[in-house]
Design a protein around this ligand. Structure first.
Ligand SMILES: NC(=O)c1ccc[n+]([C@@H]2O[C@H](COP(=O)([O-])OP(=O)(O)OC[C@H]3O[C@@H](n4cnc5c(N)ncnc54)[C@H](O)[C@@H]3O)[C@@H](O)[C@H]2O)c1
Ligand SMILES: O=P(O)(O)OC[C@H](O)CO
Length: 657
């Protein structure tokens, strides 16, 4: 998994690098003048630049632009009484007329300080007294969004670490030069400055891209942004392996050469903060799970101090009357969905709306969570109408069968809306999550950047989300376990004990794995051990609705008064929808198309049971049940255990949508 994740990030990084590098070339051609007053397009970022800014996982600041007095070494020099001389050397280094190494060496010689001088300098000039306007707020908001912030300095750790500390940046995220000291034999303390460690990347020209390359070696960030005000900062995007984006900052020092070539040039950090993405989230669905999931999403939107999410979360409700009133009105008034998730309070920032297009208008993140048989109708209404750049996630467990084969719900979303769609799957019985009981889920993704955003949408202290690069695997698990849950319900309804139930569940898992990987060979076997796999199978087979209804179905047969699934769903679930019965039909249709029915005896037997072709007791004799040759022409006589089956095949009705 690690290597795939890495590959995926590397690919996106290389693409970004390429596009940035070509953008640089373009800028060089276009911008003839060196005059910084010329109106530049880079004062207004392009969508491409904004996209990288929004997706940045690491932001590296040149330490000089975090404080108002540019270059702490200059300030120390001033403190030591050699300000003018040192400032001249600094200018030469920043303008690129003196090599960085030489400049550092000469500046240190002039400063010639002792450790106690540095201490008293810092006491007289604490970092918090000289922070650049807006830096503390920007760094804090980035960190709140889990963006890793680095300081990269061509200066010295001794002066940079106190700044980092005040900004809440750990020392391992600081790249700077190290002073070398002569130790006093008597006091056993550093006494005299003798130079600096030239092995640090920041001690050399192109040190900033080298430091970033080191950062990238240690972490698999998909995009890294460099913010700075000097030529050496700009190099971060001019050398391969460096940053994906360079943002020039002119709030402390404005340099024409930097301003000219920056991908984006800002005078105030507030511009960067304002341009941070604020996602609007829409929940499409309002059943039990949709409400429990929307509750978490709205809690996160309300609590997000980083401003990453719009506080208002819109939820599409398939409008109906409940106790003589519109369900949307009741939800918005009581902050509860009394029909589908009674007794659970919903946050006030979750707004129920009956108009699908009004809900999705302007939404950046679309969460699909309606029973799977309704999704296609919903998507038809949305086709061509979702916001440009919007991305989706599906919480739906089910699939569709087309003439050319199966289609996962996420694939349907991608195809009909033309947007990326991740999936969130897991052992997630709605009522338990609404009670904030510990639960886990996976986000199966194709696009890691989108998965990171969705992780923040859903992760709660009681809801642990893990990212896995296997969307189809996770979705197939969530879909197929509903068939096995029917089998578990039959076993329970007939009064068999745990051994039988375990045997059926084991066979179910085995058929789930085999069928999934046969249809989608890229699916990973380890996915079946995640929350979406074995854990969801256990949860559903013990506490789910599919199991509950199947228990009653089997009991009704045993009592000699068989009931249909439709009737039981209506009487037991109060409008909630079973997914297992339809899924069994969909899967069986694929098995028939492929001639695989006998390879999946449990799936085939369950399908025959739900179509009244076999007595539910065949669940514990599934091999036999699948092997029976049911006559095409026979009356829909139900085979009871021990009956002689009629000869010839008989097709069950197809169920496609
Ligand atoms: N309930 C759970 O515990 C749970 C947990 C995980 C995943 N899921 C999955 O989530 C999906 C949604 O399930 P749920 O539990 O949120 O719903 P639900 O079964 O509780 O409720 C049914 C929903 O369908 C809506 N509906 C009825 N007719 C409709 C129509 N014609 N068009 C559109 N919508 C219509 C109803 O308004 C209601 O919101 C399913 O795929 C399910 O397998 C459910
Ligand atoms: O209640 P069920 O059977 O629809 O299952 C609910 C969820 O899928 C469990 O994760």
């Amino acid at each position: 998994m690690k290597s795939l994740k890495f590959e995926c990030r590397l690919k996106s990084r290389v693409n970004v690098l390429r596009s940035i590098q070509s953008k640089h070339r373009f800028q060089h051609h276009c911008l003839a003048s060196e005059n910084s007053n010329v109106a530049r397009t880079n004062l207004t970022p392009s969508q491409h630049v904004l996209d990288i800014w929004h997706k940045a996982e690491a932001v590296c600041f040149d330490v000089d632009c975090t404080v108002t007095v540019n270059d702490s070494l200059d300030l120390l020099a001033e403190y030591m009484g050699v300000g003018k001389e040192v400032e001249n050397l600094t200018k030469k280094a920043m303008d690129g007329t003196l090599s960085l190494g030489q400049a550092l060496e000469e500046r240190l010689k002039l400063i010639n300080c002792k450790p106690k001088d540095i201490k008293s300098f810092l006491a007289a000039n604490p970092p918090q007294s000289r922070f650049a306007k807006g830096i503390v707020s920007l760094v804090t908001r980035l960190q709140e969004r889990d963006v890793t912030v680095y300081l990269i300095s061509g200066g010295f750790r001794e002066l940079t670490l106190p700044i980092a500390e005040q900004l809440g940046i750990p020392r391992q995220q600081v790249f700077a030069n190290r002073m070398l000291w002569q130790w006093d034999d008597e006091t056993l303390e550093p006494s005299r400055l003798v130079g600096f460690d030239i092995s640090e990347p920041t001690a050399r020209n192109q040190g900033k891209p080298q430091a970033i390359a080191k950062i990238r070696e240690a972490h698999t960030y998909s995009s890294v942004v460099m913010i700075g005000d000097g030529i050496t900062d700009l190099e971060a995007v001019q050398v391969s392996g460096g940053a994906d984006l360079f943002i020039g900052y002119g709030g402390v020092q404005r340099r024409a050469a930097v301003e000219k070539d920056a991908d984006w040039y800002v005078m105030d950090f507030a511009e960067l903060e304002a341009a941070m993405k604020c996602y609007q989230v829409a929940m499409i669905g309002s059943g039990a799970w949709a409400c429990a999931a929307a509750r978490m999403v709205a809690q996160n939107a309300l609590e997000n101090t980083s401003g990453m999410f719009d506080t208002k979360v819109k939820m599409w409700v398939y409008e109906e009357n409940y106790e003589g009133r519109k369900l949307t009105e009741i939800i918005n008034e009581r902050h509860e969905n009394p029909k589908y998730l009674p007794g659970v309070s919903l946050p006030e920032n979750l707004v129920a709306m009956p108009d699908l297009l009004e809900v999705t208008e302007g939404a950046d993140l679309l969460i699909f969570c309606s029973p799977h048989q309704f999704v296609r109708g919903v998507l038809k209404q949305l086709a061509g109408k979702v916001k440009k750049g919007a991305v989706a996630i599906s919480l739906i467990k089910g699939m569709r069968v087309r003439v050319d084969g199966p289609q996962l719900i996420s694939q349907m979303v991608e195809r009909m809306l033309g947007i990326d769609c991740s999936v969130l799957m897991g052992a997630n019985i709605a009522e338990g999550i609404a009670k904030e009981e510990l639960s886990e889920a996976v986000i199966g993704y194709d696009n890691l950047d989108n998965a990171y955003v969705f992780e923040k949408v859903f992760q709660r202290p009681y809801f642990e989300v893990k990212l896995i690069p296997d969307g189809p695997g996770a979705e197939m698990c969530g879909t197929l376990k509903n068939i096995v849950a029917l089998a578990a319900g039959f076993v329970d309804g007939l009064g068999y004990g745990p051994n039988s139930k375990a045997a059926v569940m084991r066979q179910g898992l085995s058929e789930m794995m085999n069928f999934s990987t046969r249809l989608y060979p890229s699916i990973r076997s380890e996915t079946f051990l995640e929350s979406c796999g074995m854990a969801d199978l256990i949860a559903t087979c013990y506490g789910g609705r599919n199991r509950k209804v199947a228990v009653e179905y089997a009991s009704s047969w045993q009592a000699g008064a068989p009931q249909t699934f439709d009737a039981l769903e209506a009487s037991l679930l109060n409008g909630q929808k079973l997914q297992g019965v339809m899924t069994s039909d969909e899967v069986q249709e694929i098995l028939r198309m492929k001639g695989w029915e006998q390879d999946y005896p449990l799936f085939t037997t369950i399908n025959r049971i739900i179509h009244s072709q076999l007595d539910p007791s065949y669940v514990v004799k599934y091999k036999e049940g699948a092997g029976i040759n049911i006559s095409l022409h026979a009356d829909p006589t139900v085979l009871k255990s021990g009956d002689t089956p009629p000869k010839g095949p008989r097709l069950a009705p197809l169920n496609t949508f």
